[in-house]
Design a protein around this ligand. Structure first.
Ligand SMILES: Cc1ncc(COP(=O)(O)O)c(C=O)c1O
Length: 479
């Protein structure tokens, strides 16, 4: 066996990728020191750094190192080049997107998950992680009041959750031949409906699934930014009359720009009557159901065929952690199960082979940070934090109403505020936004609200205070 003879299998070569106890201690000390200093310095950092382009070019052009470097050198470079050229997303005035600062525990959970390195694909490769994932999924199923048939999977985020849900919806519409024939077996186009305020991940999922974006109908919203049911009904009827096949409606539990929640119950009744799959994109807002204040408008989720939610948003988990739930778990199995001979092991009714419920095979133990976050902080703490984020948005809305140079572009209904400087046109507002960013004071986002351009602040940051809100508005007035 010449090949094997050539291969110099020297046991101790592997030691170079392992740490001694002393190196572990050193790595832990460097990590703890870095994390504590970084988090303590956030207030004094510019939210968006002036970029050191030569240093970043140096990073891009690094050659493949043949020999390793000591740990101290890696941490030194991290602090010298990476940190000063990073957006400080946990900075109290980082408010541009639906992107929270992580809760304090989540990075530790990421470390533990990576240390255990469970592969959450087949249950026998990760039995305890499997039980944990089942538990967090059950907590979510119970939170939304979905039936006992429901199941789901932790995903990388809301975009993937939406893609998984729409795959199940598409395959359900295609029927038993779905996986064998795919869309090629379909004579008339399948059509789906959503509002003009929907997140771009729905359009991406539609193209990914081969449905064709020309078959995605964006229905207009009313003054409240919620989908207009009369127009939805008209669109469905007109497609049916033209011989197309309506199959799915996507409602939003928190639209990405204004945070509006579509009339979910009414959508559900419409979908039942029309035999359409109702998917709710709750990546932004579904977890606000943890708060009494928002539970009411979200109760319609219990009637959905599928719902996406994002623990890396309102559970303040570090990236990545999304989730999709389907009313009937069988739909995920129908779309994703696969049993190659090299993977098949005995099934066990206590466990779930998550590889059969989603597109990924190897999967990290993301459920750990979700589980730990809820266990350590408790659901009541989340309810209070979500209410506080709403309070900050309301406070900003009041400040805007009290200042003559500003106006709101949409009512504040959730945790985000869309507004503009009245004395500037759309371009001027965007320039003010850019100038605020370049000064390092605050990072807000742009907003296009019913054709009007302005700025958007989304409160998901655990360090933001009312003083930050006033500081932002003061700073913007002078731009
Ligand atoms: C309403 C909505 N849907 C989907 C997404 C996509 O989620 P992710 O960024 O986790 O993929 C977002 C992200 O902000 C969102 O706000």
């Amino acid at each position: 066996m010449p090949f094997l003879l050539q291969f110099n299998c020297h046991d101790r070569n592997v030691d170079s990728l392992l740490f001694t106890q002393e190196q572990h201690d050193q790595a832990a000390a460097l990590l703890a020191s870095f994390s504590q200093r970084y988090l303590a310095s956030l207030d004094s950092l510019p939210v968006y750094p002036p970029l050191d382009r030569p240093a970043l070019r140096g990073l891009k052009e690094q050659p493949l190192p043949r020999a390793g470097q000591p740990l101290e050198a890696l941490f030194e470079e991290l602090e010298r080049v990476v940190v000063p050229n990073s957006t400080h997303t946990a900075h109290p005035r980082f408010l541009p997107y639906v992107q929270p600062s992580p809760n304090a525990l989540s990075p530790y959970a990421d470390h533990v998950a990576a240390t255990l390195n469970q592969n959450c694909n087949l249950w026998h490769l990760s039995p305890a992680a499997n039980a944990v994932e089942q538990t967090v999924l059950r907590w979510f199923v119970e939170l939304f009041g979905l039936p006992g048939t429901a199941g789901g999977i932790i995903t990388s985020g809301g975009s993937m959750a939406n893609a998984v849900a729409l795959t199940a919806a598409r395959d359900h519409a295609l029927g038993p031949g779905a996986r064998r024939e795919g869309l090629q077996g379909q004579r008339a186009p399948l059509v789906l409906y959503t509002s003009e305020e929907v997140h771009s991940s729905i359009g991406k999922a539609v193209s990914l699934l081969g449905l064709g974006t020309q078959n995605l109908r964006y229905i207009a919203t009313g003054d409240d930014f919620r989908i207009r049911l009369d127009l939805l009904a008209e669109a469905v009827a007109s497609d049916r009359a033209a011989g197309r096949i309506p199959f799915c409606v996507v409602g939003s539990a928190g639209t990405v720009t204004t945070g509006a929640i579509d009339p979910l119950e009414a959508l559900a009744h419409f979908c039942r009557a029309q035999d359409l799959w109702l998917h709710i994109d709750g990546a932004y807002g579904a977890l606000a159901a943890l708060s009494e204040r928002f539970r009411g408008p979200l109760t319609g989720i219990r009637l959905a065929d599928s719902v996406s939610l994002d623990p890396h948003k309102f559970l303040f988990c570090s990236f990545e952690a999304g989730c999709v739930l389907v009313r009937n778990r069988q739909h995920l199995l129908a779309s994703f199960s696969a049993h190659p001979s090299y993977l098949t092991m005995s099934e066990d009714e206590d466990f779930i082979d998550f590889a059969n419920q989603g597109p990924q095979l190897s999967r990290a133990f993301k459920a750990l940070k979700v589980w730990w976050s809820l266990k350590h902080f408790g659901a009541d703490a989340y309810a209070a934090v979500i209410d506080h984020m709403h309070h900050l948005a309301t406070y900003m809305g009041e400040q805007i109403a009290a200042r003559s140079r500003y106006e709101l572009l949409a009512p504040v209904v959730f945790n985000c505020v869309c507004f503009r400087r009245k004395d500037l046109d759309g371009e001027g507002n965007l320039r003010a936004l850019q100038s605020l960013l370049e000064s390092g004071t605050a990072f807000l986002g742009p907003a296009l609200v019913k054709g009007r351009t302005g700025l958007r602040a989304c409160f998901m940051n655990l360090r933001t205070t009312e003083a930050d809100v006033r500081l932002i508005l003061d700073a913007l007035e002078s731009r």
